[in-house]
Design a binder for this molecule. Structure first.
Ligand SMILES: N[C@@H](CCC(=O)N[C@@H](CS)C(=O)NCC(=O)O)C(=O)O
Length: 301
């Protein structure tokens, strides 16, 4: 989605020539865009917006993207937001010689549109997985000053209002059981569909990786890191291993401040030992689903 120059109050970006990606090393939506750029060998200037330090809430950044989220692509002074739209834009402006990352076939194009949309819809649940199961609440929650800055800086944006409300509720109560259940249910539904789609293919759309593999890779990586038991979808698990083995995919996962990764790893181990990882949420949820499916669990008519 291209933002109109009139809405940009941080005017300096309108003079940036070439390709610039405002992103955060550990942000999954940023990783998605970086993987496509790496696969295509497109050179760009990476400008870190440190989400861990709240840089997305500054007047400077909100003057570029009033939604207060990364990634943002600036190309010759034009500002583009929304990672999936940015992927499309990159494909259009920098077509690859070897193969197209977006399919040409009409049926596959429709499927790609739908599955990219589904992946975008899952983002709210990905936030639940990250903030509930990968980072301690005390580290992840935002301060009141940060939330105030987030809400007040930059032009009004309903998307940002929702994000700020989410962070406020998270600061007060953390991730609720209901949010966790909804997240594993959404992951299970989406991953089951992908698992069926794979059949005997190497990648989601066939023998070559496509933009769908990039987009779903970062979702899979985050959920698996949080403890989601990907083994319950065996074909998808195999595909995930294949994705991890691809250098351009793997290299984008480990960039950025090491302490974020170390804290994440230790915290994950702690949750696993206590039996409170996303896996335990999944087990509890799937037991309940199975019980509801059996005659014993049905309400008497
Ligand atoms: N739909 C947007 C979602 C962007 C988004 O939510 N980005 C996250 C990082 S993955 C972010 O910037 N969050 C701000 C924060 O954590 O405060 C997209 O695909 O670009």
């Amino acid at each position: 989605m291209k933002l109109s120059a009139d809405t940009i109050t941080t005017r300096e970006v309108l003079d940036w020539q070439g390709l610039h990606l405002l992103n955060f090393s550990q942000s999954s939506c940023s990783q998605k865009v970086r993987i496509l750029l790496a696969e295509k060998g497109v050179r760009y200037r990476s400008r870190e917006v440190n989400l861990a330090r709240g840089e997305q809430t500054t007047g400077w950044f909100l003057g570029i993207n009033p939604r207060g989220v990364v990634p943002v692509l600036v190309h010759d002074g034009e500002v583009h937001v929304e990672s999936n739209d940015i992927l499309r834009y990159i494909e259009e402006k920098f077509p690859s010689d070897q193969h197209s990352w977006f399919p040409n076939d009409a049926w596959q194009r429709d499927l790609t549109d739908r599955l990219l949309e589904l992946e975008d819809e899952l983002h709210i649940h990905l936030r639940v997985a990250t903030m509930g199961y990968l980072l301690p609440h005390s580290v992840a929650k935002k301060s009141e000053a940060e939330l105030e800055a987030y809400a007040k800086n930059g032009a009004d944006d309903p998307d940002r209002d929702q994000i700020v409300a989410w962070w406020r509720a998270y600061g007060d109560q953390g991730i609720t059981d209901r949010q966790a259940d909804e997240a594993v249910e959404a992951f299970d539904r989406a991953f089951s569909e992908l698992n069926l789609l794979i059949e005997d293919r190497q990648w989601l759309l066939g023998d070559e990786p496509s933009v769908l593999d990039i987009a779903w890779f970062i979702t899979l990586y985050r959920t698996v890191e949080a403890g989601y038991p990907i083994r319950v979808h065996p074909a998808l698990e195999e595909l995930y291993e294949r994705m991890l083995a691809r250098p351009a995919f793997r290299q984008e996962l480990t960039k950025g401040p090491r302490w974020v990764q170390v804290v994440g790893r230790l915290y994950r181990r702690f949750r696993r030992l206590r039996g409170t990882s996303l896996e335990s949420v999944y087990q509890r949820w799937s037991r309940r689903m199975n019980t509801l499916d059996t005659p014993k669990g049905k309400l008497p008519s």
